[in-house]
Write a protein that binds this ligand. Sequence first.
Ligand code: GDP
Ligand code: IMO
Ligand code: MG
Length: 408
Amino acid sequence: MNLAVIGAQWGDEGKGKIVDYLAEQAEVVVRFSGGANAGHTIVHKDRTYKLHLVPSGIIYPRTVAVLGAGMVIDPGALFGELQTLEEQGVSWEGRVLVSDRAHLVVPRYRELDVEQDRSRMQPIGTTGRGIGVAYSMKAARDGIRVVDLFDDERYALLRPEDREFLDPYRERIHPMVTDLAVYMYHARDRRVVLEGAQGALLDLDHGTYPFVSSGYSAAGGAALGAAIGPRAIDHVLGVFKAYTTRVGNGPFPSEFQPDRDGDLGDQIREIGQEYGVTTGRPRRCGYLDLVALRYACRVCSIDALALTHLDVYDEFDEIKACVGYDIGEETLDGFPASISALERAVPVTKRFSGWKTSLNGISRFEDLPAAAKEYIACIERFVETPVEIVSVGSQRESTILRSDQWTR
Ligand code: GDP
Ligand code: IMO
Ligand code: MG
């Protein structure tokens, strides 16, 4: 069974935590898109693991972790991350695989990424990891694929500075390389998690273009990046936060505004520790945007949702969510493609009572306070999708499962 787990907002929804939780019952986890721009956090007991390229199943001793064909991989970052994992007591040799069709990131891509963003009239605020450059090179058919490392004729055609960088990795990557289409064919009766990076609203096609990343982070990318057809995806789980965050620039209709919302943004940032895993940048915070979430559910055909960070609202008297956009005379309930419309949008909000009690330690849905259940029920009605997992803390155990994701 192939279970795709994707971000349903602008990234950092808690995908790493949810994939880690589900991977307990999986044999394989395939990361299908992005590169070292991602930062996925797993907290288990007293250990915190910060992953950028390595799939989140790695923490389990027998799970196979595959870097898929839709990824752009900086080999320096990859081996640095593997060494950190080793130092944290995670042995990975023999169970990290890399698709031969994945693309590579070389140092000049990173430099170009920073330069390009600096020279933009409206910078995107990229992570500076060379991601956009690697995907542009790929689309222009000038990219470097993993397989090229082992094709002497093609390798000889690369720029000398790229070869100088790549030389030490050829031998190290070699035992990890796999033909993913063949691997996935043989894994067809196994439990496989397809792990997304970024989120639907950062997807190159369906996100808030041009303020997006350059990979296919919506559900469609799961098939492409994991070398399977769309019909082979059995279930799509979308992960979203009880509020919304965004790192970098671009429209964010439900962002907290100090003149309207006081210090709500700072409060949420501190309680939720909303600082980027990859760049350390403070994340922009806002109300849960149900208009955007419903759009993500539709564009990704999300079957079920995992709601994370519900505990961040524990102390609040009242909670609001965005249920429409006022744009001039009009109130929209759809998510417009136009960046200017999104920038002008004023959120129409709905109020909910807070629960004013700690959710810490709750493991059954029935035991959630009535006000929290009401918030969830309203989300489900609005986005027409069931919330089947609720996360109330960063630890693996702080997870409430309403319905088994593996037996659909
Ligand atoms: P990802 O990129 O989607 O994997 O998410 P990140 O790891 O970038 O950011 C999510 C952050 O929230 C991490 O620090 C997680 O440990 C933490 N986290 C995940 N789920 C919860 C939750 O339910 N409650 C709280 N308070 N923190 C959570
Ligand atoms: P995870 O997987 C949040 C954002 C960047 C920037 C834009 C483009 O941890 O959810 P890029 O370097 O990709 O060209 O930057 O996309 N971005 C993310 N924001 N979470 C991520 O990944 C992100 N990956 C990229 O901040 O605005
Ligand atoms: Mg992240």
